[in-house]
Write a protein that binds this ligand. Structure first.
Ligand code: G4P
Length: 189
């Protein structure tokens, strides 16, 4: 997506070889005009996939996922990152490790928002190690839903997430694919 690549080059900043700062339009301040175009691009790619629901993981995935849900006219479910397990059985929960942030959390969603047989599209801001997406896929298995697609705003192709998700057979579609970066330098695939 040319508009997104241009924005990354203009306003993104590679902190080092692994971390891209996009606070000015995606992670902190959010450019909703760009998000609208991102929503249209995901909707165009996944329109034939009979999506019944969008899911995302809080918090930076919410804006692009919301615009995608609006364009496809389906509900958005925001998966929560809880610090500990809930024992009353209302939630699907899986433990997810974040290598980038060196934390772990219980990815959680109320069971009533995932009905058996739903076709779910995951939208997220970054794909790094693929841990969040694999956690979502485990919840979809438990809920007997189909993870029908994964839409990523910024994929770092040099990290393992993409090939892990490809190996698991998911339909992964990324709008910007960064092949390498370093301070002052960003190269797309
Ligand atoms: P993974 O899900 O692909 O395995 O990714 P990983 O655990 O390594 O990192 C997850 C968190 O780190 C996510 O934020 C993701 O947005 C963020 N992240 C990964 N790579 C980058 C990067 O290059 N730049 C920035 N700015 N963030 C990155 P999160 O914990 O879900 O929090 P939030 O930002 O959505 O609130």
């Amino acid at each position: 997506m040319k508009m997104l690549e241009k924005r990354i080059l203009d306003d993104g900043r590679a902190l080092d070889e692994n971390t891209l700062l996009v606070d000015s339009f995606l992670n902190h301040q959010v450019d909703m005009v760009l998000m609208r175009e991102i929503g249209k691009a995901f909707a165009k790619h996944f329109r034939a996939s009979q999506i019944t629901k969008i899911v995302t993981v809080e918090s930076s995935g919410i804006a692009p996922a919301g615009m995608t849900a609006l364009t496809l006219n389906v509900p958005l479910v925001i998966m929560k990152k809880l610090a500990s397990r809930v024992v009353d059985g209302q939630y699907y929960q899986v433990n997810v490790q974040s290598f980038t942030k060196k934390t772990q959390y219980e990815l959680s969603v109320l069971k009533k928002y995932l009905k058996e047989g739903e076709r779910v599209l995951l939208i997220d801001d970054f794909l790094a190690m693929g841990e969040a997406a694999i956690g979502v896929s485990r919840i979809m298995n438990e809920a007997k839903c189909e993870l029908a697609g994964i839409g990523i705003v910024i994929e770092k192709t040099f990290q393992p997430g993409r090939s892990r998700l490809d190996d698991l057979g998911f339909d992964v579609f990324s709008l910007a694919r960064i092949a390498e970066m370093a301070p002052g330098h960003i190269r797309f695939m």
